[in-house]
Design a binder for this molecule. Structure first.
Ligand SMILES: Cc1cc2nc3c(=O)[nH]c(=O)nc-3n(C[C@H](O)[C@H](O)[C@H](O)COP(=O)(O)O)c2cc1C
Length: 336
């Protein structure tokens, strides 16, 4: 493999800057939007560790515009240099209003969700259901692009099912409508998360458009990132579930400094969640992250201590447990 200043040309493919619309990204390894996971505290950590792009959780457009507090919190800036808000919906009217609201509140990029497979979303004809009617999908894109002065990107799946792979056509029409970047999860809606993401199938999108293209699905490390880019011809990768318990992963794959202080990072994440949501809600929201950290980095922790961490209603108990569990895994392993 060719080397330049100690960096292989393959690695350089992940580390090279990428321009989308009027935005220059430092590298090509992005954190995927994940509802209930990639809230502001998670994105702040991912960004600190060097993710090239982080995106808000999906924000339901009508709910945002009509003052739903949960959606307002999701759409709020995480205080990062780049603020990306993902919106979902099925009506051009609400999507345009939500996009404008997000842009007025500082969003630098609006991402449109046409990939969510969840029944509660698709039965409302939002998310990936929009891929069943491309004329409607495109009118929605046009409405959003026309409503804001900032760049707009699009995230989608390969199509609704195996018999309707229309991501290439949607990407081409989205480019005509003014979209600046397309992300494709290499599964159909009907696959949900089953099987394996088909990175090769994303190549048809590469051939249909000259837009910056991001490949997504089952990417978990440098090797899979490079392979997904090679097979799809994409310019960048987006990492979702592999980041559970590892908000630093995208940055690490992009070649940034590896995680040093595990306990300190988890403590900082926990504290940030408490201040973001308030103590009571923060305690609850943080539990899934604690569970992932335990599973990934301290799976031998005694069950009683795990239970104490996961059920504590007093932050001080969790702080102490984090320090114990993630600082001194050896004795804990022996005790298990
Ligand atoms: C818990 C969860 C929540 C998700 N929420 C969103 C979302 O809000 N918006 C979106 O575009 N995709 C969402 N996705 C899809 C991911 O962004 C990504 O496309 C998918 O997980 C495949 O990537 P992965 O294999 O790296 O996880 C979600 C996925 C999961 C697992």
């Amino acid at each position: 493999m060719a080397e330049f200043n100690g960096v292989s040309s393959k690695m350089a493919a992940l580390q090279a800057p990428l321009t989308i619309g009027d935005i220059r990204l430092d590298n090509r390894v992005f954190l995927a939007p994940m509802s209930g996971v990639t809230d502001a505290p998670f994105r702040r950590l991912a960004w600190r560790f060097g993710a090239g792009l982080v995106v808000s959780e999906m924000v339901a457009s009508e709910a945002l515009v009509t003052g739903n507090a949960e959606m307002e919190l999701k759409a709020l800036s995480a205080g990062l240099p780049l603020h990306v808000v993902q919106i979902a919906g099925r009506e051009a009217h609400w999507m345009a209003l939500a996009a404008r609201m997000a842009a007025d509140n500082g969003a630098d990029l609006i991402d449109i969700n046409m990939g969510c497979p969840a029944r509660r979303v698709t039965t409302g004809y939002s998310g990936s259901a929009l891929m069943r009617d491309l004329d409607n999908a495109v009118s929605l894109i046009e409405a959003v692009v026309g409503a804001v002065g900032v760049s707009v990107s699009l995230k989608m799946r390969l199509g609704w099912d195996d018999t309707s792979i229309n991501a290439p056509e949607l990407a081409r029409r989205a480019e005509d409508a003014g979209i600046v970047m397309v992300t494709v999860h290499g599964r159909t809606r009907c696959q949900f998360y089953k099987g394996k993401a088909d990175w090769r199938a994303v190549r048809a999108v590469r051939e249909a458009t000259s837009l910056p293209l991001v490949v997504n699905g089952d990417i978990a490390d440098e090797a899979s990132a490079l392979e997904a880019m090679r097979l799809s011809g994409a310019d960048a990768v987006m990492i979702g579930r592999a980041s559970y318990g590892a908000p630093w992963l995208a940055g690490e794959i992009a070649g940034n400094e590896a995680l040093g202080d595990l306990a300190g990072t988890i403590l900082a994440h926990y504290e940030d969640m408490l201040s973001h949501y308030g103590v009571a809600a923060g305690l609850r929201q943080a539990r899934k992250h604690l569970g992932w950290y335990l599973d990934s980095h301290a799976c031998a922790t005694p069950a009683a201590l795990k239970r104490e961490m996961m059920t504590a209603t007093e932050p001080a108990i969790v702080f102490d447990a984090i320090a114990t569990v993630f600082n001194s895994p050896e004795p804990l392993r022996r005790a298990a």
